[in-house]
Design a protein around this ligand. Sequence first.
Ligand SMILES: [Zn+2]
Ligand SMILES: [Zn+2]
Ligand SMILES: [Zn+2]
Ligand SMILES: [Zn+2]
Length: 417
Amino acid sequence: MDYVDYLNDPQKFIKKEGLQADQRLFAVNVNMQGWDKEINHLKQFLPKCLRPQGENDGLSYLRQEIDGVNIPQIYIKTEGVWTGGHQENLSVNAININHGPADCVWITVDNENVQKLRQKVQELYDTDIFRNEGLWFKEPEFFLKYGIPFRYTLQKKGDVVILGAGCLHWVKSLGQTINTAWNQVALDDMTLEAMSERHKLNKEINYRTVIPYKNLMLDLYIHEKSLSQMTIERIQLELQNFFDQENRKLHTIDPPSSQLVECCKEVQLCSKCEHEIFLYFYHDNEEYLCLDCVQNKLNHKSLLISMKYRYHCFYFLLQSQPTNCNQEFCCPYTGKTKCQIQQELKPEYQEAQFKYKGQPKLNSMLHGTDKMKKKKVDRMDYEIDVKTSLNNDKQKTRGRKKSIDKSQPTIKRIKNY
Ligand SMILES: [Zn+2]
Ligand SMILES: [Zn+2]
Ligand SMILES: [Zn+2]
Ligand SMILES: [Zn+2]
């Protein structure tokens, strides 16, 4: 593996790859999609409540796998590499294990203090931390100076860090480290409230939401009787709003009602803009389009619009809180859920189904591969320039060729605001 070659002899590696002498390899992310054996191995050592897609994890209701969200990711880093400040997508929870050998340092800001930090950074550096996630790193002195409450945590080999909803965090490796991490949704008022807030905010600042929030809330609304009445009513109201929005949009396209076809309720994202598809969409063999993207098509008036559920079924679902599963809505889910109808389907089946339907593979926009490409290096460290990002799936690991992204050697020493 290239990373090992690098560790064994950095000079040789740099020569071989044709990099410049002051460039360094520093981090590798590996997606664990399809790594069933390895994921099961991880699960064996964890209490049930921490396992990915476990019984009390709201993300078990996702209808597709999303790298780094409900599928763990591996982060391999050398000394001084850091993951910049960010909240998890939609402010959900995260589980992170350090497999060592070295320690990691975490700086975290609780959700209730994040706005304070956001304002301060806006004021001082004219930067919105929500729009520029993952690109910045601050030392404890900064928080002390501006009176922003924070936590400083040393994660030693074997330690598990569990992040609360909306917790903003930075992670730095003090040596060579291997971590695995994934997301969860704790089914409590605080977490679901934080997600709802973040979903609204993402819309406001036009930030892409990776986790299909509306679909997820629909599935929680149908299945999770453990939620408080307050939260259930809030979700009910949200779903009503999403439903109204969809119908308004459909109205502007105005397809003849005889042309609405019910199908494909597993579809979650628009193939073009990657926004969530909630109720109505258009699809042909190649793509699934949300109504916004449909409107941009020239011949949209004549297109056959599909719907995931029938209008009146949705209408009735929103009138009274459901007590049972519902054939109209329930789907095969990725994790352990309370659904009585659709027990977990075999992944092979699901994959085949999606390949057939042409749904593109979902990509994680989290602090995984994409963000790592953008990662900047801490000023304290020696000059490290090349980011290497191995976006592996199993086939790639087994093959000979590794795809190393050295197309974007970054500028040395990024402004540290
Ligand atoms: Zn994170
Ligand atoms: Zn279809
Ligand atoms: Zn779209
Ligand atoms: Zn169900």
